[in-house]
Design a protein around this ligand. Structure first.
Ligand code: PGA
Length: 248
């Protein structure tokens, strides 16, 4: 049995006071949760996450990183900086980064390499837009996104990574992929990687993300190739997030 991982992606939400309440609420419910649980917080709150969560049942991470190690990159944050604040995970190639900030497959692959080089576990996001799904190219798009990373790091690097399948049309829209739609893509991803390295593919945690809520999580997580979730909106309220975590 593969391990299950639920990661909250807070996106650009929170404040010191709100986070304190949210983290306390989630920590209080952790004894009832079997899955590993992470929260990916905005950069300024990493120190708060570290102070509050160090030694607790929750781990934490960031939502992005620079592909560069250091230097004249105003406004950017390196993998080593994230390690300084105790991050275990970092989300790489989220569709919002790809769509709104011009992150190409090539840049995403460079970020994946930079994260691993610093000892972070990348949560690599892949997924198709609605237009791509409707034109029947879902698998081609996901294969292209995966191939860019595998070409740069080799399939073996996925042994120290997590994948998240996030159909862009399901993110923040309230439109979840059906358990069958999600399972089909997860099985495609695992099968594609199994052709390169069966043991890496078998052990790889593949999360589903896109409007996962307390009322649909159990059905999604029951699919054989869905190993937990990357949770946006539902990670901002402790009770809802804990219900999702318990479903994993
Ligand atoms: P959502 O976001 O759960 O709000 O749809 C998921 C994500 O973007 O990671």
């Amino acid at each position: 049995m593969r391990r299950k991982l639920v990661a909250g992606n807070w996106k650009m939400h929170g404040s010191l006071a709100e986070n304190e309440r949210l983290l306390d609420g989630v920590l209080a419910g952790m004894p009832g949760v079997k899955a590993e649980v992470a929260v990916c917080v905005p950069y300024p709150y990493l120190a708060q996450a570290q102070a509050r969560l160090d030694g607790s049942a929750l781990v934490w991470g960031a939502q992005n990183l620079s592909q560069h190690g250091k230097g004249a990159f105003t406004g950017e944050v390196s993998a080593a900086m994230l390690r300084d604040f105790g991050c275990k995970y970092v989300i790489v190639g989220h569709s919002e980064r790809r769509a709104l900030y011009g992150e190409t497959d090539e840049i995403v692959a460079e970020k994946f390499v930079a994260a691993q080089a610093a000892g972070l576990i990348p949560i690599l996001c892949v997924g198709e837009t609605l237009g791509e799904r409707e034109s029947g190219v879902t698998e081609r798009v996901i294969a292209r996104q995966l191939d860019a990373v595998v070409a740069k790091s080799g399939v073996g690097a996925l042994a120290d990574a997590v994948l998240a399948y996030e159909p862009v049309w399901a993110i923040g829209t309230g439109k979840t992929a059906s358990p069958e739609q999600a399972q089909d893509v997860h099985a495609f991803i695992r099968g594609k990687l199994a052709a390169l390295d069966p043991s890496v593919a078998e052990a790889l945690v593949i999360q589903y993300g896109g409007s996962v809520k307390a009322n649909n999580a159990a059905e999604l997580f029951a699919q054989p190739d869905i190993d937990g979730g990357l949770i946006g909106g539902a990670s901002l309220a402790a009770d809802e997030f804990l219900a999702v975590c318990r479903a994993a």
